[in-house]
Design a protein around this ligand. Sequence first.
Ligand code: IPE
Ligand code: IPE
Ligand code: MG
Length: 250
Amino acid sequence: MELKEQIDLNNLPQHIAIIMDGNGRWAKQKGKARVFGHKNGVQSVREVTEAGAELGIKYMTLYAFSTENWNRPKYEVTALMTLLVSTIRKEIATLNKNSIRLKTIGNTEMLPKAAQKELAEAIESTKNNDRMTLILALSYSSKSEIVSAAKKLAQKVKDGQINIEDINEESISNSLHTKDFPDPELMIRTSGETRISNFLLWQLAYAELFFTPVFWPDFRKDHLYEAILNFQNRERRFGLTSEQIDKTGN
Ligand code: IPE
Ligand code: IPE
Ligand code: MG
């Protein structure tokens, strides 16, 4: 049976987050420059977005550029920004055709003006789409997101809008860039690295983590199905015992 047919559509993660990693190593293996890997990673973005929407995944967050990535060689950063602008421009029609809404998280005000403009247009043009929300993490740092949440809440206390006692998990969640989205239940990282790299530290508190050696430019629909099937075969216990979860009592 095809991988896709084995997926239980009644037990899909609502939100999948992906650390798209390994573009540089993929290119190096082929004797090419790192940027060649980034360019080929775009097709993988198309594939997972389409596969997610087809299955009925409601939210997908893709880690496209971290705050730390600003420290890469200037030509690589410039190439990534140029690629971002041209890709967004090319994909708007497809996003609308598939009823996918685009959103971003991260310090996007640090992006070049052209990228900010392209993103704003794509976000506006797709805002009424309701099949799936595609969230691009751009110039994103989870620690910096948590710091700004702490500052927002501290300011509210200072202004007398809330009391210290009002600070709880919900108010912190509501102060993050992800406030409008549910937490991811599944996080996938490609390229064999098994770390979080400052991605959604708060939001991934109880996510299932899936690591695959596949480099991002090689990632295809079947790889996404494999990760979802793996997720569906896990028991999510949330601190309880297996017996408490198994409702048949066995
Ligand atoms: C992921 O691939 C893309 C970005 C971080 C922008 P990398 O560029 O990190 O590729 P590797 O990890 O060096 O192979
Ligand atoms: C994480 O990948 C960021 C993105 C995928 C955008 P990196 O390749 O930058 O992560 P580290 O630095 O190796 O952990
Ligand atoms: Mg990397």
